[in-house]
Design a protein around this ligand. Structure first.
Ligand code: SAH
Length: 397
């Protein structure tokens, strides 16, 4: 029997986007709601004439409801168990669960029909991140559902939402283990080992979303002089070294990132890997000061320059400036991997920024590949907003 959830009634006609399975209800679409609804509650959504259209998590703000189900499901452990099993089945189908690969994203929010939830898997540890109060309140049953999937082999669940929940909700989540405890933080991606710092690192500790793009970089690395700009944990650097790059320089403004990169290089290639050096330096300063022609394989993977719509214009200028500096100094025949992970910037805008950068330098530039996020970060076709990672591989003559 479906529990008696509180109800929200939509304005007339506002169920249209829900009929097309779009998972968000904006506050402006709501005609009325039960008086005692609190942030994070599970709510039943009704059309203006009282027909149920589904169930979701309520939140204060412009996105008022994140839909979990378009039927009248109870949102309990069995619901989460079902969704997580579906998510796991997809990762199995993608061939991501192998002895030489235990690093993958199990749940990518709306892309796995669980808006507000991210789960990354590192060996037998899952890092669970809530982006909505509703998912915060559900964290314990989600952890139980997750450890209940025996084939997934998850023994430890680390909850990491100190920076992802809305500040105003005053939930004050503490990053800590819900189940299990720390025993190792070494995970394997495509046969390479990485120290994952889920305690203090950015996001869940690692940028799982660049796996396929790192593998493509390895393919081009042989004999090249590589610059991995914005290296963070050194993912691209380690793949370039395996691809027999002549030398790899990793740059990040954070000293912590540099020591993570050095540790990951040592983990795979020993303490005296003379082909690799890492520098704690600002990207723009490094690009200004480096000699022209020093590198012929360059990665630019900056943090999101535009976190909100209002920042788009400045962000596009930032991408143009960054890419122009790299293209201007690239050796002839350079392969340049350039990325934007800003959700507020679309593929065309990013490509235009890179086009402007190329035009500014007057170099001959061709596009070899157009990159995106990997298949374990699926985009729900009814929720195109879920597409965020954009990349271009350029050939600079
Ligand atoms: N390429 C990485 C992810 C990059 S995340 C990977 O594959 O895992 C972005 C990184 O940019 C962060 O580590 C951050 O410390 C660094 N960063 C931010 N601003 C910077 C700047 N101005 N110069 C250099 N690095 C910067």
């Amino acid at each position: 029997m479906t529990p008696q959830y509180r109800t929200i009634t939509l304005k007339r006609g506002k169920e249209e986007s829900l009929e097309r399975f779009h998972p968000w209800i904006f506050s402006g679409a709501i005609a009325g709601m039960d008086k005692d609804i609190e942030e994070g509650d599970i709510v039943r959504v009704l059309t203006n004439d009282g027909t149920p259209v589904g169930t979701g998590h309520y939140q204060i703000g412009s996105i008022a409801v994140r839909m979990l189900s378009f039927t009248d499901d109870a949102i309990d452990e069995s619901f989460f168990s079902h969704r997580l099993r579906e998510a796991f089945r997809l990762r199995q189908a993608l061939g991501l669960i192998r002895p030489d690969n235990d690093t993958y994203r199990l749940v990518h929010g709306e892309g796995d029909f669980l808006p507000g939830l991210v789960i990354d898997i590192y060996g037998d540890t899952a890092v669970l991140q809530a982006h909505s109060p509703g998912m915060h309140f559900a964290r314990n049953i989600i952890a139980d559902a997750l450890t209940g999937i025996a084939e997934a082999g998850v023994k430890n669940v680390f909850y990491k939402s100190e920076t992802t929940l809305p500040y105003k909700a005053q939930l004050e989540p503490v990053n800590s283990y819900i189940t299990g405890a720390f025993h190792t933080n070494v995970a394997t991606e495509n046969g390479l080992k990485f120290n994952i710092d889920w305690l203090r690192g950015q996001k869940t500790g690692f940028f799982v979303d660049q796996r396929d793009n790192r593998a493509l970089l390895q393919h081009y690395a042989h004999g090249r002089r590589v610059l991995n700009m914005f290296c963070y944990t050194g993912g691209f650097s380690v793949y370039a070294l395996r691809g027999e790059a002549e030398m790899v320089h990793s740059v990040d403004s954070s000293a912590k990132a540099i020591s993570l990169t050095d540790a990951n290089v040592a983990l795979n290639f020993g303490d005296n890997c003379t082909r690799h050096r890492a520098f704690a330096e600002d990207a723009f300063k490094y690009l200004d000061e480096m000699p022209a022609g020093a590198y012929d394989l360059i990665v630019l993977d900056p943090p999101a320059f535009a976190k909100h719509r209002s920042a788009v214009r400045n962000a596009l200028r930032g991408y143009q400036r960054l890419n122009a500096k790299a293209i201007a100094k690239a050796a002839s025949g350079t392969i340049l991997f350039t990325f934007s992970c800003s959700q507020a910037i679309n593929r065309e805008q990013f490509r235009l920024a890179v086009f402007s950068a190329a035009a500014q330098t007057g170099r001959r530039v061709r596009i070899l590949h157009q990159l995106t996020q990997p298949a374990d970060h699926p985009v729900n076709i009814y929720h195109p907003e879920g597409e965020y990672l954009k990349g271009l591989v350029l050939y600079v003559e």
